[in-house]
Ligand binder design. Structure first.
Ligand SMILES: Nc1ncnc2c1ncn2[C@@H]1O[C@H](COP(=O)(O)OP(=O)(O)OP(=O)(O)O)[C@@H](O)[C@H]1O
Ligand SMILES: [Mg+2]
Length: 354
C-alpha cells in the first residue's frame, strides 16, 4: 500500500477475467463470445465443444484493503486458477487485474519479481519447504533474496516464528515437524517479508480437524493484528464462514455469489449455494446486523433491554431475549442504538430450510 493511494481504492481489482486452457484460447475466446452474443455460459460451452477448458469465466470482484476475502467452491471450480491469475503465475486469457491500482497484466517480468519479493505473500498447500534448511533458515530465506543483512533477517525470522507459535523449534528440519507445524513454517515464511497482499490456497486442508481449527483461530488472531489484504481459498464452508469478511462462491469457473458470511447463510443466491449452507448452523454464523430493522419512531423498542449488539450471532441474541415478546434495541460498538429486533424475527431467521 502506498500513502498516496486513494483510501477507497481496492487492494485487488479483477474485471471480466477469463482463463481458458488449450491451444489458441486467446483467439477462440472473442470468437466464442461473438457467436454467443456475449452470453458467458453459452460462450463457455462453445469453448468446451472446441476442446478448450474455460477454467475461469468472466470473473469480477474487488478485495478491499485489510479484507479477508475467501473464495470457496467445489473441486475444479476454478479457485486455484483465479489465484494463479492474480499472482500472475499464469497469464490471463482476457480481463483486467490491478493490485493497489497497478495494472499487473502489463507489468514487466522484473516488476513482477519485485512485487512478489516485497508486496505479495503466497502460501500453497503443497508449497515445499527446503528440506536441507532449518525452520529458521527456511523462514529467513525470502529475506536473503531481498539481500537483507544476516542479523536483520534472523531477527525478523524469529519474530514471525514466534508469531505462528513455533518458538523453540527454530533449529528443527522439516522432516522433524508435523504437518501442522510445517504449514506454520510456510505461513511464517510468507509473512517474513511483511506482504501487503497475501494469497493462501487451501493452507490448512491437509491437516486433521483439531489442528485445523487451532490454526484457523491463530490465523484470525494474526489477521486481527496485521490487517493484510487476503485472498484465502478453501472448499470447506465452515472454514469460510469462520474466517471470512466476505466470501465468493465459485461454480464451474464462475462466481455465483459474493457476500458476507451472514448473507451467504441467510440469503443464498441459488440452490448450489443453499446446498453448501444447508447443514450449517445458521445461528452460529449469521450476525444480528443481518436481520436488524430500523427503529420505528411510531413503535419504539419496549423498555426491556437484554443488551443486544450488532456483532452478536443469532444464537447469542436468541438466548438473551428468549423470554421477551416485544421488539428490543440493538446497539453498535459505541453503545448507541442502531436498530431493533423482534424476537419473533430471530426465530424466523433461524428456521431450517425444508
Ligand atoms: N494447466 C491446466 N491445463 C488445463 N486445464 C487446467 C489447468 N489447470 C487447471 N485446469 C482445469 O481448470 C479447472 C479449474 O481448476 P482449478 O485448479 O482452478 O480448480 P480448484 O477449484 O482449485 O479445485 P481444487 O479444489 O481441486 O483445488 C479444472 O477443470 C482443471 O482441470
Ligand atoms: Mg485448487
Amino acid at each position: 500500500m502506498t500513502d498516496t493511494a486513494p483510501p477507497d481504492q481496492p487492494a485487488i481489482r479483477c474485471r471480466d477475467v477469463w482463463q481458458v486452457f488449450g491451444t489458441g484460447a486467446a483467439k477462440c475466446l472473442p470468437d466464442a463470445l461473438d457467436r454467443a452474443g456475449g452470453d458467458v455460459r453459452q460462450a463457455a460451452q462453445i469453448l468446451r465443444d472446441d476442446g478448450l477448458v474455460p477454467a475461469v469465466q468472466n470473473v469480477s470482484f474487488d478485495v478491499k484493503r485489510g479484507e479477508l476475502f475467501v473464495i470457496m467452491g467445489l473441486s475444479g471450480s476454478g479457485k486455484s486458477t483465479i489465484l494463479r491469475c492474480i499472482s500472475r503465475l499464469i497469464d490471463v486469457t482476457a480481463g483486467q487485474i490491478e493490485i493497489d491500482g497497478e495494472d499487473i497484466l502489463t507489468a514487466s517480468k522484473a516488476r513482477m519479481t519485485q512485487l512478489r519479493r516485497r508486496k505479495l505473500g503466497m502460501v500453497f498447500q503443497h508449497f515445499g519447504l527446503f528440506p536441507h534448511m532449518s525452520v529458521l533458515q527456511n523462514v529467513a530465506f525470502p529475506l536473503k533474496m531481498q539481500r537483507q543483512g544476516r542479523a536483520e533477517r534472523l531477527r525478523r525470522a524469529q519474530e514471525v516464528i514466534d508469531l505462528v507459535g513455533l518458538k523453540g523449534r527454530e533449529g528443527a528440519y522439516p522432516r522433524q515437524l508435523s504437518g501442522g507445524q510445517r504449514q506454520r513454517v510456510g505461513i511464517a515464511r510468507s509473512l517474513a517479508v511483511n506482504p501487503d497482499v497475501w494469497f493462501l490456497d487451501e493452507p490448512f486442508s491437509a491437516l486433521d480437524p483439531l489442528i485445523r481449527r487451532q490454526l484457523q483461530d491463530e490465523f484470525i488472531d494474526i489477521q486481527a493484528r496485521l490487517r493484510k489484504s487476503i485472498v484465502f481459498i478453501t472448499h470447506d464452508i465452515a472454514e469460510a464462514l469462520k474466517i471470512a469478511d466476505r466470501i465468493a462462491i465459485m461454480r464451474d469457473g464462475q462466481i455465483v455469489q459474493i457476500g458476507t458470511p451472514s448473507q451467504i447463510v441467510l440469503e443464498p443466491a441459488d440452490d448450489y449455494v443453499r446446498d453448501f449452507t444447508r447443514d450449517v448452523a445458521k445461528g452460529r454464523h449469521a450476525r444480528l446486523s443481518s436481520v436488524l430493522r430500523p427503529v420505528d419512531p411510531d413503535a419504539p423498542p419496549a423498555p426491556d433491554d437484554p443488551g443486544l449488539t450488532v456483532d452478536m450471532t443469532l444464537d447469542e441474541a436468541l438466548n438473551a431475549c428468549m423470554l421477551l415478546y416485544q421488539p428490543v434495541p440493538v446497539r453498535g460498538r459505541d453503545g448507541q442504538i442502531v436498530g431493533m429486533i423482534d424476537p419473533a424475527d430471530l426465530a424466523n431467521a433461524l428456521q431450517v430450510d425444508p
